[in-house]
Design a protein around this ligand. Structure first.
Ligand code: CA
Length: 275
């Protein structure tokens, strides 16, 4: 069985139980850790697919745990924290977290974040196995090798900064990138001016790729924090399926459909013959 394994790092037992029960009923495998020390050692020994991390831990601060884990692995980390300040979220994201969820959170919200992360993982795996130099997301296509981007097959005329921005977001699809992370990657610095420029370039980029800039489908704004490129692959069937079992499910469904169709044909044929 190839179920996604999640490490739940939470010292508060009612919350830990809520999370693990949710994971269990949604067909995820899980491990638990009640402090930072154990989170680090469990990550090293079990190599989980995703880490759900509380920041307020009894021994080491969650941000330090992220920094430590990031020294050897890129395993997606979703922070679940009672800290609501933007500065705290930014600190965790800059330390290497992929996403955050503020307590109190709904179970649906948690499952949605997990689905996004699982999709991102499977995209990363496809990228690794196929060594693709082409990125496709909805109507958007980027040919990294050729240095071109297309929307609906039409080449986009992007400025070098817009192109760099699009590449950075696409390479981190599903992940919230902070303003500091983006400006450092684009301009090598992170001054007030860079942030102002980033807003301008983001607006011009959006005009070129979004159907409606007021309700963008590709680039999501996290006010006061940063931006995230969303993955436009929708999985509408029951969420507990992993991408692989989902593919198998679709195949079976297709086969069933075909069978019913051929059964219908057979019935019609039999009717004709009998007439
Ligand atoms: Ca805590």
């Amino acid at each position: 069985m190839n179920k996604t394994q999640i490490l739940v790092v939470e010292d508060d037992s009612p919350i830990r139980n809520l999370i693990t029960t949710t994971l269990k009923t949604n067909n995820y495998r899980y491990l638990t850790a009640v402090n930072g020390e154990s989170a680090i050692s469990q990550t090293a020994s079990h190599n989980p697919d995703i880490i759900l991390l509380d920041l307020g831990l009894p021994d080491i601060d969650g941000v330090e745990v992220i920094k430590k884990i990031r020294t050897w692995t890129n395993t997606p980390i979703i922070v679940i924290s009672a800290r609501t300040e933007d500065a705290d979220k930014i600190e965790a994201l800059d330390a290497g977290a992929d996403d955050y969820l503020t307590k109190p959170f709904s179970v649906d919200e948690l499952l949605a974040r997990l689905r996004v992360t699982v999709r991102r993982l499977s995209l990363m795996q496809t990228d690794m196995t196929q060594n693709t130099s082409v990125f496709e997301n909805g109507d958007l296509k980027i040919d990294y090798a050729a240095g071109c981007a297309y929307l609906n097959g039409e080449e986009l005329h992007l400025t070098p900064i817009e192109y760099k921005l699009l590449i950075l977001l696409s390479r981190n699809v599903g992940r919230v990138l902070t303003y500091t992370y983006i400006t450092k990657n684009i301009w090598g610095s992170s001054w007030e001016n860079d942030l102002a420029s980033l807003r301008v370039f983001m607006a011009t980029l959006r005009k070129k790729i979004e159907k409606d800039v007021n309700s963008p489908q590709y680039i999501q704004t996290h006010i006061g924090i940063g931006y995230r490129m969303l993955s436009l692959i929708h999985i509408s069937e029951p969420t507990r399926r992993t991408p692989i079992s989902y593919a198998v499910f679709c195949l079976k469904k297709k086969k069933k459909k075909k069978m019913t169709r051929s059964n219908n044909c057979l019935m019609k044929y039999t009717q004709k013959v009998s007439v």
